[in-house]
Design a protein around this ligand. Structure first.
Ligand code: MG
Length: 381
């Protein structure tokens, strides 16, 4: 069944303390939301992801470029309204509604929920209560509770999309979670086995626990580090400038090509596609398609960067060498690094642009054109 994950990140999370809502705080190198998104992006049975955020949190979304990774929905005043906003963007026949603050969910919990949805319209993970339950008052035990048949509820809570949409449409907005909404509408919800690691960050201490779990998980699944290389050549033709790494450099000739012929940007773009093993610029923007004639090469580079993020990778550095006798690259290198940093979302300190001649040898030495080679490093944490 095609599945959409709806990550609900619109809450204010006041119990966790701090100025910034808990889902936007950083642990183990990334924000809580980014960890949570990464879990669902990496899961082979999840198709698309909808991230529901509060209207005032859109700055976080832009800064982290999360719209490359998920469809963004703007949440409402209650949890139920936020889930409905997410459902409006969901395309799957099944949906998984998940708290953004559960950022350590093991993939097998998601599998168990999806397995159950094959035979029921609702399923959610939970753990049986194992501790004794007491009632208390004034610091003293006043009674012993019955823990039989009691469960601690977790997410993702999975449903057939139309069934949960109808349930939310008829809900009064007071339900604590989607299982409550589903049951109020008469839907059966199966319990599947949860996981102790699937904690919800609620109190200040939970950040340290979540960081510990994430660090242990990263040690189990080795980090995926890739490098790719790119090489490109464009020949000189008539013109009064050449585009190099996003900068128009005045020159007595221009570079010929189907797009703006930015040879450096093409090499970097191909390095990123190469690291992903997903072809090259020609694969994604065929030169036979007149649509790309004269296109700014930024379009290609931005596409490669978005594809990397969609695949769960972070680009951590690019290095580009331009090979030509002229024009001189040095005076423009700072501007080129700034342009490349802007498009890739990298800090300029992680973007290297350098140049060399070929000692007057070969086609670059004879001044027939410019060559560029590049490497890019991508990391999936
Ligand atoms: Mg090219």
């Amino acid at each position: 069944m095609q599945t959409t994950a709806i990550i609900v990140a619109a809450g204010r999370g006041r119990r966790a303390g701090g100025e910034t809502p808990k889902q936007w705080r950083r642990i183990a190198g990334r924000t809580v939301v980014e960890h949570t998104l990464a879990i669902f992006r990496a899961h082979p049975r999840v198709g698309d992801i909808v991230l529901v955020v509060a209207p005032e949190d859109q700055g976080h979304v832009q800064r982290l470029r999360l719209s490359d990774q998920a469809t963004i929905a703007i949440g409402g005043a209650t949890r139920s309204l936020s889930v409905l906003a997410g459902l409006d963007h969901a395309t799957g026949a099944a949906v998984l509604v998940h708290d953004a603050a559960r950022c350590c969910t093991p993939p097998e919990v998601i599998d168990r929920v999806l397995d159950a949805l094959a035979t029921t319209r609702g399923a959610a993970p939970a753990l049986p209560v194992s501790d004794a339950l007491w009632t208390g008052a004034g610091g003293k035990v006043t009674g012993i509770g019955d823990r039989n048949n009691l469960y601690r509820a977790q997410t993702p809570q999975g449903f057939h999309r139309e069934a949960i949409r109808a349930a939310h449409a008829g809900a009064d907005g007071t339900a604590a979670d989607d299982v409550a909404v589903a049951r109020a509408a008469g839907l059966d919800v199966a319990i599947v086995e949860g996981d102790e690691r699937n904690l919800k960050i609620t109190h200040p201490d939970d950040f340290a626990r979540a960081a510990q779990i994430l660090t242990a998980q990263h040690r189990e699944g080795a980090m995926d580090i890739r490098t790719g290389n790119g090489f490109d050549v464009h020949r000189f033709g008539p013109g009064d400038h050449v585009m190099l790494c996003g900068v128009a450099v005045p020159f007595d000739r221009g570079l010929q090509g189907h797009s703006d012929a930015d040879v450096g940007m093409h090499a970097v773009t191909d390095a990123i596609y190469g690291a992903l093993a997903e072809g090259d610029i020609g694969t994604h923007f065929p030169p036979s398609d007149p649509h790309w004639k004269g296109a700014p090469s930024e379009t290609f580079l931005a596409h490669a960067c978005a594809l990397a993020r969609t695949r769960g990778f972070e680009i951590t550095q690019v290095d580009c060498t331009l090979v030509c006798e002229a024009p001189k690259v040095g005076p423009h290198a700072t501007a080129m690094r700034a342009q490349m940093a802007r498009i890739t979302g990298l800090d300029a300190a992680r973007v290297s642009i350098k140049a060399t001649t070929s000692e007057r040898l070969g086609f670059t030495g004879r001044g027939e054109g410019i060559a560029a080679m590049a490497t890019a490093t991508l990391v999936k944490p």
